[in-house]
Design a protein around this ligand. Structure first.
Ligand SMILES: [Zn+2]
Length: 113
């Protein structure tokens, strides 16, 4: 028994397992075409989840901004570290999300060409 890379998800799986426990791919009976379709679907799901995450991040950003506004009394006083930290956190999460989305879309384009 050895460990091999699953062709569907790239994770390490046992070579005696016929169905990948990570992504559910059946090994051995997959044609190139099916593999292509499988990867396309996996990327499409990833793009979908990243988009959902980006909406959550934007909501978080708006909430943090509202908190900032509320605490600073219409931006009259400096706010505490709480809303500032949350705004920075949301901004970083947004950038990471954009990067992952960009990468997933590029992989998708490469797969389709
Ligand atoms: Zn897999």
């Amino acid at each position: 028994m050895a460990l091999i890379d699953c062709p569907g998800c790239g994770k390490r799986v046992s070579d005696v397992t016929r169905i990948c426990p990570h992504c559910g791919l059946h090994r051995g009976e997959v044609s190139d075409e099916q593999m292509h379709e499988f990867q396309r679907r996996r990327l499409r799901d990833r793009v979908y989840h990243l988009k959902m995450a980006s909406y959550a991040i934007m909501t978080l950003f708006l909430a943090a901004f509202g908190w900032y506004w509320w605490e600073s009394g219409d931006f009259q006083q400096a706010p505490s570290a709480g809303p500032m930290g949350l705004i920075v956190l949301a901004a970083i999460a947004y950038l990471v999300n954009r990067f992952l989305l960009f990468r997933a879309r590029r992989q998708m384009r490469r797969l389709m060409s």
